[in-house]
Design a protein around this ligand. Structure first.
Ligand code: COA
Ligand code: AMP
Length: 525
């Protein structure tokens, strides 16, 4: 189908799809013909899709008529139409998988129908590529509003993922493996599609949630029905199940005899959730830490190689291939148990990012220039006396909401565009269920007559339309001023600490202490 539309090796293809088999089929079709896929998460709205289209300059876009979310359906085609209209590099070809649950005809938009096209398409053989040719581009949030196009190669990626399936996850080809995530995230690329299939194992694709579709037993039902031996999900999903079913009564209804490990990543696995899941499931609950850029685990407990004792709050030790170190602001290694920037000494192992799509300067400035000779992960944490790595959180303006990586900078850009807003800051504050959530603090232009409720409703709608529902932006507070350094940098970390009721740090370069004191009065605990 793609070849018939003239897609050839090296061409980019955007895949904007819900969790249906055709999403994986489209990705693998690109891999087979040497095209470079770029999957965009369905929870992003048209402007975010347009940004990615403009950066990747695709020749084709593959989509579906819609997706299923709890209590509503998401129509993709109007969003694709808007994104193409907003884009300067709209692809010539758009192919639509029409789904019975959310019907939408490609012909209404002048596009091609997946079923019609595949019914007449001829089989084509695999196209040879170099190990270092790009397999995919996956956009992820950086500190600015412009997403970063992480480029993955073919050879190193295949080697790393196949190795990880056996040595980190302890899965064999005869087993059923399930990653409850979405193909739009790196976890979905590596462990819904490529990892299990490279190994020859069976992978489960699930278009649903841990709760509400229909109940908190959904995960246990899928595990039982398909004989799943290992599940990989985000800690948020476990917290959602626990909230709905604290005693895990749903578990008793299903046969989980083949289930042997629960893996968690995407955000920190808090000790409380770790303890609950370990007790209720009676299997090892294994945290591991990685990011879109690396494509596979940096720190893990190697279940298939040499399982180590599990400690709450840590993802265990550096995976072979990664020389993980913690350094201070000057780049000097800190002693055990001291917090600092987590870095990886170069070279990076196979499978990690080959660069940022057509942006070598940003690749270097984002990851390689802070500490020469080291890759900057953007996370802070410490290594204990036993070599266990504790990841505490991001040291930049990236936040993690329900395991979804978002940039506060991009939300700020939308909020700042409101005519009543003089300036604003968006920070990631603690959320019991989602780990973090974005919270906006707004200074109004003088003389504007808008109520806080009205402003909140307008800003929430703007963020939803510009970034997407996945931003879950709901908190807006009007403040008199934002604390800043004398050079004008907003003290976001200090604000977050105040809102979260933590001890807060005040840099000596603060411009006006009175602004901070007023904020403590208004927002502090
Ligand atoms: N397409 C369209 N919209 C989507 C979407 C998608 N693929 N994924 C999420 N959304 C929408 C949701 O419908 C919701 O919209 P709403 O504001 O109209 O309700 C919004 O984005 C926020 O979604 P989410 O953060 O997922 O919240 P939720 O309340 O629907 O569900 C959890 C909460 C905890 C159940 C859910 O976040 C979850 O299962 N998390 C697991 C995390 C995960 O899989 N992470 C992936 C990386 S490992
Ligand atoms: P993403 O690129 O979307 O996978 O997000 C990567 C970021 O999520 C990391 O830089 C961390 O901040 C966070 N993260 C992922 N896994 C973990 C984990 N196991 N523990 C702590 N933080 C994590």
């Amino acid at each position: 189908m793609l070849t018939a539309q003239g897609v050839v090796k090296g061409d980019r293809v955007i895949v904007y799809m819900p969790m249906i088999p055709e999403a994986a089929i489209a990705m693998l079709a690109c891999a087979r013909i040497g095209a470079v896929h770029s999957v965009v998460f369905g929870g992003f709205a048209a402007p975010e899709l347009a940004t990615r289209i403009d950066d990747a300059q695709p020749v084709a876009l593959v989509t579906a008529s819609g997706g299923l979310e709890p209590g509503r359906t998401v129509e993709y085609l109007p969003m694709v139409r808007d994104a193409l209209a907003q884009s300067e590099s709209a692809p010539a070809t758009v192919i639509v998988k029409d789904r019975a649950q959310v019907p939408g005809a490609a012909a209404d938009f002048g596009w091609l129908d997946w079923d019609e096209q595949t019914s007449t398409a001829e089989a084509v053989g695999p196209v040879e590529v170099a190990a270092t040719d790009p397999l995919y581009i996956l956009y992820t949030s950086g500190t600015t509003g412009k997403p970063k196009g992480v480029v993955r190669d073919n050879g190193g990626h295949a080697v790393a993922l196949a190795w990880s399936m056996r040595n980190i996850y302890d899965v064999t080809p005869d087993e059923v493996w399930w990653t409850a995530s979405d193909v739009g995230w790196v976890v979905g690329h590596s462990y819904i599609v490529y990892g299990p299939l490279l190994l020859g194992a069976t992978t489960v694709m699930y278009e649903g949630k841990p709760v509400g579709t229909p109940d908190a037993g959904a995960f246990w039902r899928v595990i039982a029905e398909h004989g799943v031996s290992a599940l990989f999900t985000a800690p948020t999903a476990i917290r959602a199940i626990r909230k709905a079913d604290p005693e895990a009564a749903e578990l008793a209804k299903y046969d989980l005899s083949r289930f042997k490990t629960l893996f968690a990543a995407g955000e920190r696995l808090d000790p409380d959730t770790f303890a609950w899941a370990s007790e209720k499931l009676g299997v090892p609950v294994v945290d591991h830490w990685w990011q879109t850029e690396t494509g596979w685990a940096i720190v893990a407990n190697l279940r298939g190689l040499e399982p180590m004792p599990l400690k709450p709050g840590t993802a265990t030790v550096a995976v072979p291939g990664y020389d993980v170190q913690v350094v201070d602001a000057e780049g000097a290694q800190v002693p055990a148990n001291a917090e600092g920037n987590i870095v990886v000494k170069l070279p990076m192992p196979p499978g990690t990012l080959a660069g940022l799509w057509r942006d070598e300067d940003r690749f270097r400035s984002s990851y390689l220039s802070a500490f020469p000779g080291y890759y900057l992960t953007g996370d802070s944490g410490y290594i204990d006396d036993d070599g266990y790595v504790f990841v505490l959180g991001r040291s930049d303006d990236v936040i993690n909401v329900a395991g979804h990586r978002l940039s506060t900078g991009s939300i700020e850009a939308v909020v700042a565009a409101h005519p009543a807003v003089a300036e604003c800051a968006v920070v990631g504050i603690h959320d019991d269920l989602k780990g973090q959530r974005p919270s906006g603090y707004v200074v109004l232009k003088s003389g504007v007559g808008i109520s806080e409720d009205e402003l909140r409703a307008e800003l929430v709608a703007m963020v939803r339309e510009t970034i997407g529902a996945v931003a879950t932006f709901r908190d807006v507070t009007v403040v008199d001023g934002l604390p800043k350094t004398r050079s004008g940098k907003i003290l976001r970390k200090t604000m977050r600490q105040i809102v979260d009721g933590e001890e807060y740090s005040v840099p000596s370069t603060i411009e006006d202490m009175a602004v901070l004191e007023a904020l403590v009065e208004q927002l502090g605990h």
